[in-house]
Design a protein around this ligand. Structure first.
Ligand SMILES: N[C@@H](CCC(=O)NCCCC(=O)O)C(=O)O
Length: 250
């Protein structure tokens, strides 16, 4: 039996209707590289009680998305009139994250998921990193072919005392970069795992978490099975979910 991993959907308005959706590459990566059974959950705050997740699921994946966390969630004004937000996803995820982690449910955050976990623990975001003095432009060129957009583009230095350094057995990794937002204040409960050349935090763990509780700014899900760093991360998440499943059985 495979562990059950909940993936919280985006809620997107397409035409006259709303849809709950998850990017295919996240589902494939976690199924193939973590060895779990992914279950897509709606971004529907009213229908997802924390007990339902804690009792029934062995892990939670928070995916990337073109949407941004609404800035009022971290006490900042909206940077521009029309931004691509997803209030339904914010409403669903933000209250769940700390409760999931403290209940010992493995949580893996990617890109937007990395940003929303920081906000969930009380951190803040730069809304346009490329406009911040001393920060680089971390956006992809959306005209490029996907293999270029999701290809490795900058190094990250791993924290000497971090779990990623132990897991990957190296000081530096090279990752892709497809984000306009990034961490401004890292929440107090989070510990840095990786830093970009411009000082931007690009991976953290939840301090003193009972189980896997890691988030990364880049996109390890992209052809994860071809990338040793991605494989190590998804495999570690899968092992944590398997351990949770065993624990839930007893
Ligand atoms: N909107 C945020 C987060 C960026 C992000 O998650 N991009 C995902 C692109 C589509 C995908 O690969 O799922 C930001 O711009 O910083």
């Amino acid at each position: 039996m495979k562990p059950l991993v909940a993936i919280i959907s985006d809620c997107r308005e397409i035409g006259l209707h709303y849809y709950h959706m998850v990017g295919d590459k996240y589902v494939r990566a976690v199924e193939r590289c973590s060895g779990v059974l992914p279950v897509l959950l709606p971004a529907f705050a009213g229908s997802i009680a924390i007990d339902d997740l804690v009792e029934r699921f062995d892990g939670v994946l928070l995916t990337g998305s073109y949407s941004n966390v609404e800035p009022h969630r971290y006490g900042r004004p909206q940077r521009k009139e029309k931004d691509l937000n997803d209030p339904h996803r914010d409403e669903t995820v933000l209250p769940l994250v700390p409760a999931l982690v403290s209940a010992g449910v493995p949580v893996f955050g990617i890109c937007r998921g990395f940003q929303e976990m920081n906000v969930a623990y009380g951190g803040t975001l730069h809304q346009e990193v490329h406009k911040v003095d001393g920060k680089h432009d971390h956006r992809e060129n959306q005209q490029d072919p996907l293999d270029i957009q999701y290809g490795p583009i900058h190094d990250l230095k791993l924290a000497p005392d971090g779990i990623m350094k132990k897991l990957l057995n190296t000081d530096t990794i090279r990752v892709n970069s497809l984000h306009s937002q990034g961490i401004d204040d890292l929440a107090p409960s989070l510990a840095v795992e990786a830093i970009a050349p411009d000082g931007l935090v690009e991976a953290y763990r939840v301090q003193n978490a009972k189980q896997f509780a890691l988030a990364v700014q880049w996109h390890p899900e992209w052809k994860a099975w071809e990338n040793p760093v991605s494989m190590a991360l998804f495999n570690a998440f899968g092992e944590a979910c398997k351990a949770r499943m065993q624990q839930r059985k007893v």
